[in-house]
Design a protein around this ligand. Structure first.
Ligand SMILES: Cc1cc2nc3c(=O)[nH]c(=O)nc-3n(C[C@H](O)[C@H](O)[C@H](O)COP(=O)(O)OP(=O)(O)OC[C@H]3O[C@@H](n4cnc5c(N)ncnc54)[C@H](O)[C@@H]3O)c2cc1C
Length: 385
């Protein structure tokens, strides 16, 4: 059993329910089991598999199965129980859970000492036609399969593909798609539609110029300040942001990366305990994309922040359950972020936001970050700094 400072166990076997088996939920579970291996953990997630979603754009090169870890395997590996269900919480339900210390799922009552909510943040989905894809389609089938199927069924002599959304996810998909099209020797043209002036606006200046120059080199057309309206059978309808002018372009396929749905998040104190009317629910914690902590630590919607918060709440659950009951605040800033641009290029920052890295060093950094999470899934924690 690993040593955890400021924690003396009261020798009671803890029952912990984790809602959401993504990055934050899995990081919390592994940290709990590291310090208290006899904890009894119930993991609730409607999916059959944990998805290593930060690799999803790579399914133009690798099978989707490479990114999936079945919850049945996770049950065996960690000795936890998985229940396939979706749970939603409002203020009333949270207060009731705190009072009764139980959750009712599929008519079964599950008692707990602590509840952790780590159900992520949903992506914005529009009702869409057959030749429109969104992130959820790539969770169901590999990018290469989807494209082969759709491009064959919607054959035109001059095909064009529209990617909508110039945030990190849209950009990572855009470059993978470009490489995939050249691998299959497709002559389809590729364009990026983006509502902002420049791509990757949430990142420091330098990201945008690097990415936009790479787009130019690769002959990817860029439509900034443009809103997506609709994709019909063979055309895309757009509106220019400033002039409100409507534009119709030929398009065989649109892929939408419209960002996160309005953030259905829970506010927490600096220790990760959910706050209601500014008062903490002592036994209910939150971590990952569905959480906003009132602290100086990172609240970004990133895997890095999700893992750190997951690990922090695991330690705080144990400390709260034992002696002397002192909790640790979330102080950790983001240490960097890398956006991949296909298999051979990337752009990112490390250490401080203005410290820009590009090309091979950035790609290597990205691979190291991903490998760190793979090791965590395999039970080896290398998140020391
Ligand atoms: C394509 C892509 C690339 C990305 N690349 C990067 C990157 O390079 N670096 C980076 O730091 N971040 C990246 N991100 C962001 C990162 O993936 C998220 O910030 C991270 O996954 C958040 O972790 P989480 O545990 O909060 O949520 P998730 O990992 O989304 O997990 C949430 C889990 O909760 C489950 N769930 C959802 N609703 C319910 C419910 N009602 N009841 C029970 N369970 C529920 C879901 O099935 C899921 O398993 C990327 C995201 C995408 C989509």
């Amino acid at each position: 059993m690993a040593f955890l400072p400021f924690y003396i166990s009261k020798q009671k076997r803890l029952e912990i329910v984790i809602v959401g088996g993504g990055y934050a939920g899995i990081a919390a579970m592994t940290a709990l089991l590291k310090h208290a291996p006899d904890s009894c953990i119930t993991l609730i997630d409607p999916r059959t598999h944990h998805v290593k979603i930060t690799h999803l754009h790579e399914t133009f090169r690798f099978p989707l199965s490479d990114l999936l870890v079945s919850f049945a395997d996770i049950e065996k590996r960690y000795g936890c129980r998985h229940i396939a269900a979706s749970v939603h919480f409002d203020t009333e339900k949270l207060q009731l859970c705190q009072q009764t210390k139980q959750l009712i799922i599929n008519d079964e009552t599950i008692p707990f000492d602590y509840l952790l909510i780590a159900s992520g943040c949903e992506n914005r989905i529009l009702d869409h036609a057959e030749n429109v894809l969104g992130l959820q389609d790539f969770v169901a089938s590999a990018g290469s399969e989807l494209f082969n199927r759709l491009l064959a069924s919607n054959y035109q002599s001059e095909q064009s593909i529209s990617v909508v959304g110039g945030g990190a996810t849209g950009i990572q998909f855009l470059f993978e798609i470009k490489q995939f099209l050249s691998r299959i020797k497709s002559k389809a043209s590729l364009r990026l539609i983006h509502s902002g002036e420049r791509v990757l606006e949430q990142f420091p200046r330098g990201f945008d110029t690097y990415v936009q120059s790479r787009m130019q080199e690769l002959d990817i057309a860029f439509y900034p300040n443009t809103y997506y309206r609709d994709q019909h059978s063979n055309s895309i309808l757009l509106t220019e942001k400033h002039t409100q002018k409507h534009i119709e372009l030929s398009s065989s396929l649109s892929i939408l990366f419209l960002g996160k749905a309005q953030r259905a998040s829970h506010i927490a104190n600096a220790f990760g305990q959910i706050l209601i009317d500014q008062k903490p629910l002592p036994n209910i914690f939150v971590a990952g994309d569905c959480s906003v902590y009132q602290s100086v630590g990172s609240n970004t919607l990133t895997a890095q922040s999700a893992v750190r918060k997951g690990q922090l709440v695991a330690r705080n659950i144990l400390r709260h359950s034992g002696l002397p009951g002192l909790l640790e605040p979330h102080l950790r800033p983001d240490l960097g972020y890398v956006v991949s641009l296909g298999s051979a290029d990337a752009v990112g920052w490390i250490g401080i936001e203005n410290n820009l890295v590009t090309g091979l060093p950035a790609l290597t950094l990205k691979e190291l970050i991903e490998a760190q999470y793979d090791l965590l899934l395999a039970g080896i924690d290398t998140y020391w700094v």
